[in-house]
Design a binder for this molecule. Structure first.
Ligand code: EPZ
Length: 420
């Protein structure tokens, strides 16, 4: 499967933002903490959701698509403790499942999680956290097994503010005996969204969204769902559309988003001279006459999101002047630079974390392979900017996190075709 894109067209129209991939996957996993079914609404139908459904179905969790983006997930017949290797390796979020599984059945085994090629993706935060709560961790041929007869609350300090580490250990702690404190926890908005839902089911979580989270465990008693989990708007998808509008927009209106989750990007776009109009749940954007080069440095939330680093770099190839892009979160997230240079971008790779971009540089269409899902979207933006035709292979990576992106881009006037 590939995208064939002919660039150079101005875009205009409305870009509706769907539910966040990095929110829906954790909501699905949280079903293991509940005695009965949970309902998840505003779910995006993306490849990672299908993979997570398969992983859960493998554990006899029953998932029903009720239509209108609503899933009903019932773990009352949960059986097994082993995450299927072929599936778990396809998405990093699979490791999040190990937390509630360990809390629910007392054990979990899983392969080293897969997902993007953006770095070695260690899992020490998870393993150290589970050990602190009394679990035994064994590593054997490329996989792990964790077991605990009785999980006890612990005071855990994260070596790094891991997003999935925070979510996984927060969910593990919900069923533990006693109080857990997570320090240096991640503050991404998907975390309070998850904590609020768990609290509505009877969990006792305080401080989600801040670096210190306190969880008083239920001592093994399962939660009872009292309301649906509404997946929050995908701030990375919204940000990707804003960057697209800043690159090629006559007038693009990004709707069904939460501008409060995008302040770092909005600030950088304004510094670059992009005119934005911000509403309560929409942002309109168009390409300015002169795009100014600005520096960005990725940082944990609420800093500039690492998932928008590659798309923003594409924008900076069209900006006048020199910009420094400093990726502080992952050590392998500059893999897209070579292909962008083959399209004509003027980029110097200073070290695995920093690039210098000089612009504006005209881009020419090329055949490219998307290494990870966010670089994939960056290549779509670059191809829409480039003169001539581009082919983007390995579209599965993009379909992992963006539902029917080609259809939605065509609605904005883009010349993009999905070819088998
Ligand atoms: C989540 O990944 C997101 N994925 C990522 O989005 C996102 O880029 C990342 O958070 C940062 O915002 C999901 O939520 C499924 P981390 P996660 O653990 O949790 C190191 C996308 O495109 N680290 O916060 O895996 C790690 O190597 C994806 O949607 C350890 O050293 O990221 C990285 O350098 C890509 N040990 C840093 O911490 C650990 O045990 C941040 O990683 C865990 C992480």
């Amino acid at each position: 499967m590939k995208f064939v894109i002919r660039g150079g067209k101005k875009l205009s129209g409305t870009a509706p933002v769907l539910g966040a991939k990095n929110s829906v996957l954790k909501a699905m996993v949280s079903s293991l903490l509940f005695s009965g079914p949970i309902t998840v609404t505003n779910a995006p139908f993306i490849e990672d959701v299908f993979r997570m459904s398969e992983l859960l179905a493998n554990l006899k969790v029953n998932i029903k698509n009720k239509g209108k983006r609503t899933l009903e997930i019932d773990s009352s017949k949960l059986w097994g403790a082993n995450l299927k290797k072929e599936l778990a390796e396809k998405l990093r979020a699979s490791i999040v499942l190990a937390g509630p599984l360990l809390a629910r059945v007392g054990k979990a085994s899983f392969p080293h999680p897969g997902g993007c090629v953006i770095g070695k993706r260690p899992i020490d935060v998870f393993l150290d956290g589970w050990r602190a709560m009394g679990a035994r961790v064994d590593e054997k041929k490329g996989g792990f097994s964790v077991a605990a007869k009785r999980l006890r609350g612990a005071d855990v300090i994260f070596r790094v503010a891991s997003v999935t580490g925070t979510e996984t250990l927060m969910m593990t702690a919900v069923l533990a005996y006693g109080k857990t404190i997570l320090r240096n926890a991640a503050c991404e908005p998907e975390i309070p969204a998850l904590a609020d839902f768990l609290n509505a089911g009877g969990a006792k979580i305080k401080g989600a969204g801040t670096p210190t989270i306190e969880i008083v465990g239920t001592g093994g008693r399962l939660l009872k769902s009292s309301r649906p989990f509404r997946v929050i708007p995908d701030r990375i998808e919204a940000g990707s559309f804003l960057i697209l509008g800043a690159s090629l927009g006559k007038n693009v209106k990004v709707v069904n988003c939460n501008p409060n989750h995008l302040s770092a990007l909005i600030t950088s776009l304004k510094d670059a001279g992009v005119n934005l109009e911000v509403g309560p749940d929409w942002i309109s954007v168009k390409r300015p006459k002169i795009l100014k080069a600005v520096d960005i440095k990725t940082h944990e939330y609420p800093g500039f999101p690492t998932d928008l680093q590659a798309p923003f770099a594409v924008l900076m190839t069209q900006a006048s002047g020199e910009s420094m892009i400093f990726e502080t979160i992952f050590e392998g997230r500059m893999g897209y630079v070579d292909d962008l240079k083959r399209m004509g971008a003027k980029i110097v790779l200073c070290d695995p974390h920093r690039i210098l971009i000089n612009g504006p540089a005209p881009l020419r269409g090329r055949e490219i392979e998307s290494p990870d899902l966010r670089a994939g979207l960056a290549f779509v933006i670059a191809a829409l900017l480039a003169k001539g035709e581009s082919v983007i292979n390995n579209v599965y990576q993009i379909d992992r996190g963006y539902e029917k992106i080609d259809e939605r881009l065509r609605k904005l006037g883009a010349d993009i075709e999905r070819v088998d």
